[in-house]
Design a protein. Structure first.
Length: 540
């Protein structure tokens, strides 16, 4: 537990006050202007690249993410940072491949794009699965992690802390919509980076600098590319599983990609993805690296305790409050993004279809009610999450079950003119079944052994299959189902492919941006790519 001084609490109090004031001011402005559904759910398509990039970054970073990366750095070294650097690669793909279709078609939800390409069943599936994942996984686990962090690090009662965070977050999210979420995320990004830069610099100084750190730890701790036999980050999983999960998360998930839907234009959206891509290089050095320093400074500490140990022992009064505020910022940015996306999905993909005569104000009001309802349900579901043996496994099992078929449908939908509605539905159903099998079978096998029996020997590999490789298997089977069913049935109509596949991407980009804007995106994408390749070579 951190021993915080009066100045630390003042810093935390100032943070809460600024975030609440900023969020509420934006919310009040939106209410006074009589915001429409487009204003509420996609920020009136007014967002610039700084806001988009910072919000993409902040929404991705949660407190368990920050603390978990430090713990994994302590245990295994820098390799866990591959998730972060691969995210930069996927953000280039988001800007180059998906943004033109999302911005060009003026959609308000990503399932709306699937409906244009494949039909209403694909839209309903993606909306429903994403909403369920948000409610039963994202909100509840984020609140659970918030309660654990606040209780273990600050001594605040578990339930008191999550209720307070919930009230503050709902206060600006429900009223202000995406614009309030994004602009509070910008401030939270600044605080998050400031706090972690401070901790990383001080920790590295305490071990005597970079050369001293390398001399005191095994070389394997600084290697990003691990052998195929590695249990946590095999290079095979890095090549097969991480890109699949990354494309699903960054390119096809409403919680994240909603920011680009609110862009002022295609150029601002693409520049926002590039800004986020450069920001995603930093966590390896700001979140993972302190864990390696902690292995030298506090080798006797358990991995999961290394982050609070570093904060407590290295930072002076006042600076601890800044890092504490950074943790709270990470908590709130994850929660507000999930709330806002869930309200958009329900209001636009379900309610508006059920009640097409509803005016914009009514749809916005429904979205606000959904925000409040999702938060209340998330609070109730926290107790279920609390009983899970492993929070990490709970998250990964769900992600590995739902992400591969969704990634397959988006990728084939964009790059192939031949895949059709029936193929997409077949892929989604196949992927869901395969994902459910990978979740259920290990539990069933364990139960059989507990009863004195022995499960099928031919399926023993399922129990030991790393989740990254399981995602690859699921993606392959989903893709196979999509292609075979599509080829065996009628081709899609012209309406379902015109302007929605890769063949038309250049026309869309040319129509919506200037030559200078297109060149600037390509240059930044190349610079980011070179930076990433250079880093992987240096740490291979």
């Amino acid at each position: 537990m951190l021993s915080l001084g009066t100045i630390d609490f003042v810093v935390i109090g100032i943070y809460f006050a600024i975030i609440l004031i900023l969020g509420v001011v934006i919310a009040i402005q939106e209410k006074r202007s009589g915001s429409s559904g487009e204003d509420y759910f996609v920020a009136g398509r007014s967002l610039g690249w700084v806001a988009i990039g910072a919000s993409l970054f902040a929404s991705n970073i949660s407190s368990e993410h920050l603390i978990g990366l430090s713990a994994d750095g302590f245990r295994t070294g820098l390799a866990v940072g591959n998730y972060e650097w691969f995210a930069s690669v996927v953000l280039i793909i988001l800007g180059a491949v998906f943004v033109p279709f999302y911005v060009g078609s003026k959609i308000q939800t990503l399932p709306e794009f699937l409906e244009k390409r494949f039909g209403s069943a694909a839209r309903s599936y993606l909306s429903g699965v994403t909403m369920l994942a948000n409610i039963f996984v994202r909100i509840s686990t984020a609140l659970f992690a918030a309660g654990v962090v606040m209780e273990s690090m600050f001594g605040v009662n578990f339930w008191v802390s999550i209720v307070v965070l919930s009230v503050v977050t709902v206060a600006y999210t429900a009223i202000g919509g995406l614009k309030a979420v994004v602009y509070t995320d910008v401030l939270q990004t600044v605080i998050l980076l400031a706090g972690t830069i401070l901790l990383s610099v001080i920790a590295l100084d305490k071990v005597g600098g970079w050369d001293s750190l390398r001399a005191q730890l095994d070389d394997s701790m600084f290697t990003m590319i691990k052998p195929a036999s590695d249990k946590e980050m095999p290079w095979t999983g890095l090549v097969i599983g991480v890109p699949i999960l990354g494309i699903w998360y960054w390119c096809t998930d409403q919680v994240i990609a909603q920011r680009v839907l609110g862009a002022r234009n295609i150029h601002q959206a693409r520049m926002g993805t590039m800004f986020a891509g450069f920001l995603k290089i930093l966590p390896v050095f700001l979140f993972v690296l302190p864990g390696l320093c902690g292995r030298v400074l506090f080798p006797e500490v358990e991995a999961k305790e290394i982050f609070p140990t570093l904060v407590m022992n290295l930072l002076p009064v006042g600076m601890k409050g800044l890092v504490a505020a950074a943790l709270i910022a990470a908590l709130m940015s994850s929660i507000d993004s999930t709330l806002n996306s869930t309200s958009a999905l329900f209001s636009l993909d379900f309610y508006k279809k059920w009640f097409p005569a509803s005016d914009e104000k009514r749809v916005v009001r429904v979205g606000q009610m959904v925000t409040l309802g999702v938060m209340i349900f998330g609070l109730l579901w926290v107790e279920v999450v609390r009983r899970q043996e492993s929070l990490f496994q709970y998250l990964q099992a769900v992600n590995a079950a739902i992400s591969p078929p969704i990634a397959a449908v988006f990728l084939f939908g964009v790059f192939s003119r031949r895949v059709n509605h029936k193929g997409a539905v077949s892929a989604l159903m196949t992927g869901l079944g395969v994902g459910a099998f990978f979740i259920v079978y290990p539990i069933l096998a364990k139960s059989i052994r507990a009863g004195g029996g022995e499960p099928l020997a031919m399926l023993n590999w399922v129990e030991t299959l790393p989740f990254l490789l399981a995602a690859g298997v699921n993606f392959a089977l989903s893709s196979f189902a999509m292609v075979t069913v599509s080829l065996a049935t009628e081709p899609p109509t012209a309406k379902q492919i015109d302007g929605l596949t890769w063949a038309s991407v250049e026309d869309i980009v040319t129509r919506l941006s200037t030559p200078g804007e297109r060149l600037s995106f390509k240059v930044l994408a190349c610079i980011l790519g070179v930076c990433l390749i250079s880093l992987w070579i240096k740490f291979s």
